[in-house]
Write a protein that binds this ligand. Structure first.
Ligand code: FPP
Ligand code: MG
Length: 352
């Protein structure tokens, strides 16, 4: 099979994959301005260049699918947090911070290539996913390759604690991925499962990026712990919003299909709240069932909205952002701290 041949992709898939966006210019204006105020735009552009350079490979598959993945861009939120964290104590070790930021972004990229394979998602960041454009084997290998790139990047970080933070995060992510939420009720048990999974699969990596950045910036153990808590709470808020967007977003804005969680039988917070509030038999019956029809997905989304579960879930995300921001009281005012506050609020206002 040629590297541009695929099993099931269409011309539209290829067209959707054509536009490279590996530049800081591709960030929204407000995000770019925030990063400019904190002085990290140059580092973020250097990060883009570094990530793309790392995808050079003897394998044509890895080179093509790797560049495809990096050029899809993304918010680079985890990398930005690591870079900002490295500046919170006023010192700036640009090159070390860059390796710290690249490590977290490479782990994230690896996890998404595998996640799209597992979740059968055909679009991500407005592009066709690797398994859909090539095939499952290529996606498995590209994800593995990105993990190895992340490990090589961490080896360039002089502080050995950074490898520990990231390695522990990857272990926790995998554990979280293998612990699905199995029930929508009783709400207490469902919430416990959901918060464990959300923390493990998403918040842990946010926390690790923040801790690694803080270590690079010369922070004390107390500083590292405080920023780890900020990252964790922000990561939970981020994932809660991601789960809300699955109900209220559309594919064009999200760059990935909406309704995929329901379709895949993935139980998330809006569904739990909706079952508790509406007592709907239909929602109870479809919760956790994969392979729903478009009509069933549409009905479930309508019922969840009707139950007021979206607003209740958004309030929960807001509470986590408030908690995250409170952890920043540990640090003196600075442009980096201010941007971390603004990013936290951005996380719950975002549409993508
Ligand atoms: C996105 O969640 C997925 C993750 C945050 C983690 C996925 C992790 C794996 C597949 C395990 C392999 C990864 C590592 C680090 C070893 P989502 O599916 O809810 O979000 P989405 O809507 O963006 O797909
Ligand atoms: Mg997914």
């Amino acid at each position: 099979m040629s590297i541009y041949e695929t099993q099931a992709s269409t011309d539209a898939d290829h067209a959707a994959s054509a536009e490279p966006s590996t530049t800081v210019q591709s960030l929204s204006t407000s995000t770019r301005e925030r990063f400019a105020r904190a002085g990290i735009v140059g580092e973020l552009q250097a990060l883009e260049d570094l990530l793309l350079a790392r995808t050079a490979s003897h394998s044509a598959y890895i080179a093509a699918a790797g560049a495809h993945t990096v050029q899809a861009g993304g918010k680079r939120l985890r990398a930005a947090l690591a870079l900002l964290a490295s500046r919170l104590r006023g010192t700036s070790h640009t090159e070390q911070a860059l390796h710290t930021a690249a490590s977290v972004e490479l782990i994230h990229a690896a996890s998404l290539v595998h996640d799209d394979l597992v979740d059968h998602t055909r679009r991500r960041r407005g592009r066709v996913t690797v398994h859909a454009l090539w095939d499952n084997d290529v996606a498995l290998m590209v994800g593995d390759y990105f993990f190895a790139l992340a490990a090589a990047e961490m080896a360039l970080c002089r502080d050995p604690r950074i490898i520990t933070y990231y390695a522990q995060a990857v272990q926790t992510i995998v554990e979280g991925e293998l612990n699905p939420v199995t029930t929508v009720e009783p709400l207490d048990s469902a919430l416990q499962q959901y918060l464990y999974k959300t923390g493990a699969k998403t918040a842990t990596l946010f926390a690790a990026g923040c801790k690694a950045g803080m270590a690079t910036g010369g922070g004390s153990e107390d500083d590292i712990a405080a920023l780890g808590h900020y990252g964790y709470d922000l990561g939970v808020a981020f994932q809660i919003v991601d789960d809300v967007l699955d109900f209220i977003g559309d594919e064009k804005t999200l760059g990935k299909p909406a309704g995929n969680d329901l379709r895949e039988g993935t139980i998330t917070l809006p569904l739990m709240y909706a079952v508790e509030q509406s007592r709907s038999d239909f929602l109870r019956d479809i919760a956790g069932v994969s392979g729903l029809s478009d009509e069933q997905v549409a009905q479930a989304i309508a019922e969840v909205k009707q139950a007021g579960a979206i607003e209740r879930t958004q309030q929960e995300a807001r509470a986590y952002v408030e908690r995250a921001v409170a952890h920043l009281n540990h640090f003196a005012e600075s442009p980096a701290r201010q941007t971390m506050i603004e990013l936290a609020w951005f996380v719950i206002q975002r549409q993508t």
